[in-house]
Ligand binder design. Structure first.
Ligand code: HEM
Length: 192
């Protein structure tokens, strides 16, 4: 696959570009007793190029940005909206994933990618309290629904993308593993 777009080599991120859609998602979220509340969902992911960045005249990064919209199957309403960047450092092969959700939570996860046969697997993690790959959250969330960690594995094989993410929460005075999984198909390679 050609990984160069507008003279920028996006490396393993190039294959993400375009629009994806999936209707087999499953969300496991806490309810008021911190019991698992399971909701099937549909979702779309749109990835577009974000160019090259140079840091401190030393570090070269390439990035793509995305918008993830998740709709609860039962109600047809948006119940999760997420924006962020996937970032690749060609010199080291390191991957970063920044994300923001409208609950007052942002994070920067770090990790790597590997290619196994015809699959590319991205694996990133953020941990609360870390000064680098950490989590920033509002005073309300810190007190009532703290995110302690986030781990995401995303696998791309041609026109199929799947992800498995675990958001480790402390909510309703208990620890709770908030898990989201979905498989999406590419709708178009075009950028919006
Ligand atoms: C497909 C992805 C996701 C979906 C569909 C989703 C959906 C949900 C739902 C339905 C709840 C329960 C809300 C309620 O009880 O009113 C929830 C709670 C929560 N989610 Fe997510 N979520 C997703 C990803 C994430 C991510 C990536 C993070 C942060 C890294 C996150 C952080 C939280 C937090 C902190 C809560 C606790 C708030 C609460 O229940 O009061 N979620 N999520």
């Amino acid at each position: 696959m050609n990984t160069v777009i507008d003279n920028v080599d996006y490396g393993p991120l190039a294959q993400l570009i375009g629009k994806w859609s999936g209707n087999t998602g499953l969300d496991i979220a806490p309810d008021a007793n911190a019991n698992p509340d399971e909701s099937p969902f549909t979702n779309t992911l749109v990835f577009t190029t974000a160019g090259i960045t140079e840091n401190a005249e030393k570090q070269i990064l390439v990035a793509i940005k995305y918008h993830h919209v998740v709709i609860k199957a039962e109600s047809g309403h948006i119940f999760h909206d997420q924006i962020g960047h996937w970032i690749f450092e060609p010199e080291t092969g390191n991957i970063m994933h920044s994300l923001t959700i409208p609950r007052g939570v942002c994070l920067l996860a770090g990790g790597t990618y590997e290619t196994v046969d015809d699959k590319t697997i991205f694996d990133v993690k953020a941990t609360a309290g870390s000064d680098s790959y950490g989590i920033v959250q509002s005073p309300f969330m810190l007190k009532n629904a703290k995110t302690n960690a986030f781990q995401m594995k995303m696998t791309i094989k041609s026109d199929e993308l799947s992800y498995h993410e675990v958001t480790s929460l402390h909510i309703y005075e208990k620890n709770f593993e908030h898990v989201d999984t979905s498989t999406l198909q590419r709708v178009t390679y075009e950028q919006d």
